[in-house]
Write a protein that binds this ligand. Sequence first.
Ligand SMILES: [Zn+2]
Length: 321
Amino acid sequence: MTLPPWLAPSWRMLADAIGSGRIHHALLFASPRGYGKRALAEAFATALLCQQRNADGSACGRCRSCLLVAAGSHPDLARVTFEIRDDGRPRTELTVDQLRALGQRLALSSQFGGWQVALIDPADAMNPNAANALLKTLEEPSTNTVIVLVADDPSRLPPTIRSRCQKIDVPMPTREEALAWLRARGVDAAVAAATLDASMNNPGQAEAWLADGALAVREECATDLSALSASRARAAAVAERWAADRPDLRLWFAAALARDEARSLAEGRRGALGLTQRTEIPKLNAWFGRANQARGLLATPVRADLVLLDLLRGWPARPTS
Ligand SMILES: [Zn+2]
């Protein structure tokens, strides 16, 4: 097991709990996606089940339990995640039937005589009935069971569930740690720095973007916004293009670009998108907020091109001289 270095304090806390056997019956691993909480939760679950742990408390990787976990067939590890629907696509929520089945399973005793572990991921995708079913299980914990909830957005979990979980701290890495982590994965130093800038220092996000060419999309967004500033592009045309290809990602980048532009102007520099007036700063800050709201709207049935058009029409134009 190799966890990123910024998770070392979190791991030590978990390893101490495993070593002492005093483990809260429900743990919530919550952080923005990309900080390594899933690797941490997996390491914890595997170590709990391992029959001959390493000195640092981590799983050995060789015992019968570890091999069964790796094969996905450990009888005392229950994973609850998106089911595949009849049409072959994954569901977008965890259902009450899944959580009821989990409760019944955890009420039985462990097959190997040790811990029974449940991994619910993404726990923040439980629908209300599913969350109620889990709540019943949390209210009547069986001995030697540990329920691990993994959530990118814990605010979507009912407070009644959150209050019954021990929250595991998953810290954001420092800039140096995130850079070193990307460099160790073979990423060029300049590319690593630029991608971390774009991802607000989120190493997992940066790695995913490097894998799928997202930085080119960011460049396109910058070019488009710059053209809008100079009235060289029409908002309708840009909106149509953005709606057709990864609109959510484009809005994420556009919001970050607006924030960076405002920052440059506040520091008395010309912005990368061509804006020059300090009077644009409040407009850019407001636009940042609107871009994030628009991202939320993309998840609703509202037409993406109309959401984008409304937003892009409000992009500050450079005064013509
Ligand atoms: Zn093992």
